[in-house]
Design a protein around this ligand. Structure first.
Ligand code: 0O2
Length: 266
């Protein structure tokens, strides 16, 4: 590859990152729309900067001709989970997909890096369409908890500040912090079921309210203003009771009513 062609070389990687962010966000949305707990809490992605690619090539003695094969993290996706247990669920989900082919996995959860870094990495092959036809490229997917991400983000900036040579007293503090993160993740995992229940019921309620309001909006065009005001007041009365069963019952009744209006309008 000619060095002046950097921008066009990176273009398909940018497409891959954009597409994958949409796809992983979609998984999150699908869970939420179906009142399900999402093992993915947050999705981010980036294309490695040219200077970071060059630094890695220099450090690992990678020739320019082998760059795309040997620099596996030019395209990077980061999936943040709430609990450590979610990481396995997410990695299993990725393995089942037909649009990503697993090349390798690096388990820094079991094999914690000396720095204290914990995360689960997957290198996958992913194909993007370009004006020259399909291009198969590699993407690094990092899966970690919010707590692991907090630690890694701070440590990464310190690595940058000290150019990889973190003073011993700071490194010791980071190791202590990494231990604290392990305890925090364990502690949160022990109340995972309660937290998940709470999140699912709050999601259920917000989806219910969304569906009720959609129904009221549709009925607005099919019924009298007086009738719709009565329905709205009843909705607000039930909503204020915070009784989810009553709200569910109201939703069901409203569905029947809406179907009736729908039939009349045909
Ligand atoms: P950026 O800014 O994320 O692109 P390498 O560590 O690059 O020599 P390898 O085998 O290519 O080794 O990759 P590895 O270690 O599996 O994963 C590389 C990426 O993981 C890093 O990318 C970081 O994002 C993250 N990572 C790995 N080790 C650490 C660590 O000790 N601390 C932190 N904070 N992150 C780590 P880059 O290229 O460093 O940076």
């Amino acid at each position: 590859m000619e060095i002046q062609l950097w921008r066009s070389m990176l273009c398909p990687y940018e497409t891959a990152v954009r597409e994958l962010i949409v796809k992983f966000e979609q998984i999150r949305e699908e869970h939420k729309n179906n009142d399900l707990y999402s093992p993915i809490e947050q999705v981010t992605g980036r294309v490695k900067t040219v200077s970071s690619i060059l630094e890695k090539m220099q450090r690992k003695q990678i020739p320019l001709s082998n760059m795309e094969e040997l620099v596996e993290d030019i395209a990077g996706i980061r999936l943040i989970c709430q609990f450590e247990e979610d990481i396995e669920v997410v990695s299993a989900m990725i393995k089942k997909r037909s649009d990503m082919v697993l090349k390798l996995e690096k388990d820094y959860l079991t094999h914690i890096k000396q720095s204290g870094y914990r995360s689960y990495h997957m290198i996958v092959y992913y194909t993007v369409e370009t004006i020259d036809g399909p291009k198969r490229l590699q993407v690094e997917i990092q899966i970690r908890t919010m707590a692991m991400n907090f630690w890694a983000t701070i440590e990464h900036s310190l690595q940058y500040k000290y150019r990889g040579d973190i003073p011993e007293h700071v490194a010791d503090r980071l190791c202590n912090a990494a231990d604290a993160i392990i305890s925090l993740d364990r502690e949160m995992s022990s109340v995972r079921n309660e937290i998940m229940d709470a999140q699912i019921s709050s999601l259920f309620q917000s989806n219910l309210v969304r569906d009720i309001l959609n129904n009221i909006e549709c009925m607005y065009r099919q019924t009298s203003k007086r009738e719709i005001q009565k329905i709205q007041m009843e909705f607000l009365r039930i909503y204020n009771t915070k009784d989810i069963r009553q709200l569910e019952h109201f939703h069901h009744q409203l569905d029947i009513l809406a179907e009736g209006y729908q039939a009349q309008s045909l």
